[in-house]
Design a protein around this ligand. Sequence first.
Ligand code: PGA
Length: 245
Amino acid sequence: MQVIVTKSYDESCQVVAQMFCELIRQKPDCKLGLATGGTPVPMYKKLIEANKAGEVDFSRVRTVNLDEYCGIPATHPQSYRYFMDENLFDHVNIDKANTYVANGLGDAAANAAALEQKVREGGAADLQLLGIGNNGHIAFNEAGDALVAEAHIEQLTESTINANARFFASREEVPTSAITMGMADILAAKKIVLMANGPAKADAIRGLIGDGRITTQNPSTLLKLHPDVVVVIEEELAKAAGWQG
Ligand code: PGA
């Protein structure tokens, strides 16, 4: 695992955006695994700027998103389809037919099977973007006694519902379940880049980069099984997580 410690969150976003731009230039029809949440928003802004400046062309890029809330339609401003359109897809020259965000409404088993198929279609993702939950979750694979390999429906933990309440008018409006890629789906990507910032992530990041232990109580630690993972954090978080370098 490679850990990149930057001077600031903005620099972290620059580093990650650069990784995406380089990949897209090398492989214009690459398959990207994308993530939502607060963390990647400024990084997506940098991709939009690069696209507008003619530095990167999304016209042949394919994307699959990690997860989607259950129980809200794609038109809901907090749905992850809406998020991706608003924060990236509507502002770059991507063909939306080549973008996939799971359906959170209707037959859960069929939706999970459809997500699983998209993960496999055309081979593994060339680059998978991840954030990390305060409890170490990646996508919506929540900390607990067991994890699930394939795409599935996950009940959200109190920690996650509390963390995501900031995006909703009230805590009661936060969906309590989500459809998510499973751990094997994430680990199947050829390369993984995880971004985190802010002190709330310190415990989760300590578990990820502090030692060699793997535990389902911090799902991000399973990334230690993958040969090509890059973790990008700013120095304040690195310090809070006890990173010695
Ligand atoms: P955040 O979420 O980027 O909004 O902190 C990350 C996550 O829960 O994976």
